[in-house]
Design a protein around this ligand. Sequence first.
Ligand SMILES: Cc1cc2nc3c(=O)[nH]c(=O)nc-3n(C[C@H](O)[C@H](O)[C@H](O)COP(=O)(O)O)c2cc1C
Length: 183
Amino acid sequence: MEIKPSGFYEILSPRCTVLISTVDKDGKSNAAPFSFVTPVSSNPPLLLFAATPQRHTLANVRETGDFVLNIMREELLEQLWVCSRAFPKGVSEIEEAGLTERKSKKVKSPSIEECAGWIECRLEFEKEAGDHILVVGRVVHAECKDEFMEGKEFNVSKAKPVMHIGGRRFIAAERLVRVKGSD
Ligand SMILES: Cc1cc2nc3c(=O)[nH]c(=O)nc-3n(C[C@H](O)[C@H](O)[C@H](O)COP(=O)(O)O)c2cc1C
């Protein structure tokens, strides 16, 4: 079946989905789900997310210069959905969703306590791309709850990170598969 080019990301699925938390210049926090998210460099450590121009997340990043990627868990799916609603600027989706703010280590934006881990970023640059703005951030601190780490490996089966397919459809990733061999 042919898929409309504008809907290509339906089969580029499931996509890693995070809650991005930010704060505005008056100290009001904000959180929203994003699935147009990817690492782009490990040295220096850079990642990007793509936001449409009207997102409060984007406005806050421009105002304060930082943001946090909060690693999602299946248990937080209903809260994620609340965060995706269009609240007026200045209303904290973190509060509306009944989530808890946690002070970040290196940035002004808060983290979300209930998430599995946190990637704190400072804005490196932004670039217009089609109908989205690419926001490239430099990772200045990354942390995962001990209960979701096994040595140096992220325990996906425990954390069950939620990934987006489209609309209300998600996958909770939990089955680890390894390539055979030892090299
Ligand atoms: C699972 C999911 C993934 C989303 N991914 C994106 C995305 O990558 N980029 C984007 O601009 N909006 C995305 N959205 C929409 C925003 O989360 C939504 O419009 C939100 O209200 C924006 O909040 P803000 O204005 O406080 O930033 C997504 C929504 C959902 C439910």
